[in-house]
Design a protein around this ligand. Structure first.
Ligand code: ADP
Ligand code: ADP
Length: 232
C-alpha cells in the first residue's frame, strides 16, 4: 500500500546540511494503522511529509497504492495526492471560513457541484459529530472540535490514506482519546490506511496495529506494539 524505499532527505540552511532521513525503508499495509514514534528531531515530520511529497526526498522512492509518486509530473501528482488526506497538530483550518466551508474547501478546489458538496459535507459533519456547529468559525471551537473539522476536511475527497502529523499533540488527554476513537472508527468503517507520527507512547498503544521506531532518520525497529515494546 505504502512503500518508502531508501529515502534520504537533507536540508541545507546556509552552509550547514542536516540529514533528516537516511536510507529509510518502510512498508504499510492497506487498512492498517501504522504509528511512527521517535524523539524530537528523529525525522518523523519529514517522513510523513515525504509520503505525499509535501517534502521531496533527495533520493529514494515513494510508492502509494502501486504508484511511484516520485516519478510523477505535477499534474499526475496532484491527482494522486487527492487520495491522501492529512491532518495536522495545529489543525491548519481557514480562520475566516465556517466549519462548513473548511470541509467544503477541497471539494470546491476540485470543482464539485454545490449540490454534491452539500450532500458530502453534511455526511461528514454527521460522521465527526459537528452538525450543530456547521456555521461556526474555527475560533469558536474547542481544540477537539477543530481537529474533527480537520478530519472531515481530510476525508472530503474520499482518500485511501490518512496521514496524521502529531494530530493529538495539542489536545488534552480526554480529547485525545475521543479523537483516537474517531480515527479508529474511520479506519474500520472505510478500511482506510492510517499513518501517524507521534512522540506519545499512549497514542501508539491505543490504536496502532504496528509501530516503527525512528531514530536519526532511519526505522530502527518495527513490529506489532507488543513485539516492539513489551519484549521480555
Ligand atoms: P521530528 O518530526 O522527529 O522532530 P523532523 O523531521 O522535524 O523531526 O526533523 C529532522 C531533522 O531535520 C532535525 O534535525 C531538524 O532540525 C531538521 N529539519 C527539519 N526541517 C528542517 C528545515 N526545514 N530546514 C532545516 N532543517 C530541518
Ligand atoms: P440551519 O442553520 O437551520 O441548518 P442553514 O441555512 O444554515 O440552516 O443550513 C441549511 C443546510 O445547508 C444545512 O444542512 C447546512 O449544513 C447546509 N449549509 C450550510 N452552509 C452552506 C453553504 N455555504 N453552502 C451550502 N450548504 C450549506
Amino acid at each position: 500500500m505504502i512503500e518508502l524505499k531508501n529515502l534520504t532527505k537533507e536540508y541545507s540552511a546556509g552552509n550547514r546540511i542536516t540529514t533528516a532521513l537516511s536510507g529509510l525503508n518502510l512498508s504499510v499495509d492497506k487498512g492498517e494503522i501504522f504509528g511512527v514514534i521517535g524523539h524530537s528531531g528523529a525525522g518523523k515530520s519529514t517522513l510523513i511529509r515525504c509520503i505525499n511529497l509535501l517534502e521531496r526526498p533527495n533520493s529514494g522512492e515513494v510508492w502509494v497504492n502501486g504508484v511511484n509518486l516520485t516519478s510523477l509530473r505535477t499534474k499526475q501528482l496532484q491527482a494522486e495526492r487527492r487520495k491522501i488526506g492529512m491532518i495536522y497538530q495545529h489543525f491548519n483550518l481557514l480562520s475566516s471560513a465556517t466549519v462548513y466551508e473548511n470541509i467544503a474547501f477541497p471539494l470546491r478546489l476540485a470543482h464539485i457541484s454545490n449540490q454534491e458538496i452539500e450532500i458530502k459535507v453534511n455526511d461528514l459533519l454527521a460522521l465527526v459529530g459537528l452538525e450543530e456547529h456547521h456555521d461556526k468559525y474555527p475560533a469558536q471551537l474547542s481544540g477537539g472540535q477543530k481537529q474533527r473539522v480537520g478530519i472531515a476536511r481530510a476525508l472530503a475527497s474520499d482518500p485511501e490514506v490518512l496521514l496524521c502529523d502529531e494530530a493529538t499533540s495539542a489536545l488534552d488527554p480526554q480529547t485525545t482519546d475521543s479523537i483516537l476513537k474517531l480515527l479508529l472508527d474511520i479506519n474500520k468503517r472505510f478500511h482506510l490506511t492510517i499513518v501517524l507520527i507521534t512522540h506519545e507512547m499512549h497514542v501508539i498503544q491505543s490504536i496502532c496495529d504496528r509501530v516503527g521506531v525512528i531514530h536519526q532518520g532511519g526505522i530502527v525497529e518495527q513490529g506489532t506494539v507488543s513485539e516492539v515494546f513489551l519484549k521480555p
